[in-house]
Design a protein around this ligand. Sequence first.
Ligand code: SF4
Length: 314
Amino acid sequence: MIKIRNNWTIDEINNIYSQPLLDLVFHSATVHRKFHDPREIQISSLLSIKTGGCTEDCKYCSQSSFYETATTAEPMMKIDEILKKAKQAKENGSSRFCLSTAWRQIPNVEMENILEIIRNVNQLDLEVCATMGMLSQTQAKQLKDAGLHTYNHNLDTGENYYDKIISTRSYQDRLDTLNVVQEAGLNICSGGILGMGESKEDRFNMLKNLSSLKKHPESVPINVLVPIEGTEMKKDPDFSFWDLLRTVATARIIMPQSNVRLSAGRASLNDMEQSFCFFAGANSIFSGEKLLTTNNALPDQDEKLFQILGLYKK
Ligand code: SF4
C-alpha cells in the first residue's frame, strides 16, 4: 500500500529523481497504475481573457509590461466570446476550462465580472479553473462560492532561484496565496517551469514545496520554458528531455493522486517523448492550438497519438 505523504525530504526526492532512468520510469509507472487509469488523459483548455499589460516582471512572460514583446495589452474579453470558446473547448473533449488574466491580483472593480463569468462557464458543465494572480481570503471565498473548481498558482521553481526570475513578488507571497486557496476549499493547480537555468536542487525544492502542501495539488503542470523574444529568459542549453522525464516521474511518485500535466513546451516534444512522459505518469495535457501566447501541440496530432497509444480523454 502506498501512503500519501506530505513530508518528503530533499534527500528522498533526490534519491528518487537520480535513480537509473529506466528504474525511475518503471517505479513511477507502477505508482501511476495504482492510482489512475493509465489510458485516461485529462484534457484542459486555457483561455486568456485579459491579455498583456501585467505589472509583474516574470522574466519568461510575454505579458509582462516590463518587456517589449509581440504581446500587447488588450481589454478584457466579453462574456459572450468567452462562453463561445468554452463551448468549443467542451465539444473538443475538454473537461476543464481555465481562465487566465495577466494581473498581479484581481482588481476589485473586476471581481463581479469575473464571478459572473465563472458562474456561466460552470453552467456548461465544465470544471472552471482560474489563474489570476494573488488572492485575498475574501476573493478566494467569493471564487469558491461562484463555483470555481480549481485555482492555478504556480511555484515556478525552487525558493532559492525565485528571485532570479521574478522580483516584483516573493516566494512567500506565492505560498501564502496557495494557503488562502486551500483554506477556501478550492483545489490547487500548481507546478513549475523547467529549463530556466535552475539546478536540480531547485527542482527538488519546488517538488518538496508542492508535496508539502496540506493537500497535494489536484494538478501539477510541468512546463518547459518557451523562450519569447523580448523577454529576459533564455533556454538553458544544458536542459534536456531527460530532465523533463525525470521531473514528471518524480512528481508522479511523490504526489501519486495528482494529475501531472504536460503544459507549455509540449509542442517541442516529439510523439515518442510525449509517450514516454505518459508512460511515466503524466496524465493531463492542455489542448488547443495556443497556450496563452505560445504555440501548443496541434489537436489533430494529439488525436493521432491518442489512437496509437490507446489513450482516451477524460
Ligand atoms: S506570468 Fe502571470 S504574473 Fe507573471 S508577468 Fe506573466 S501574466 Fe503577469
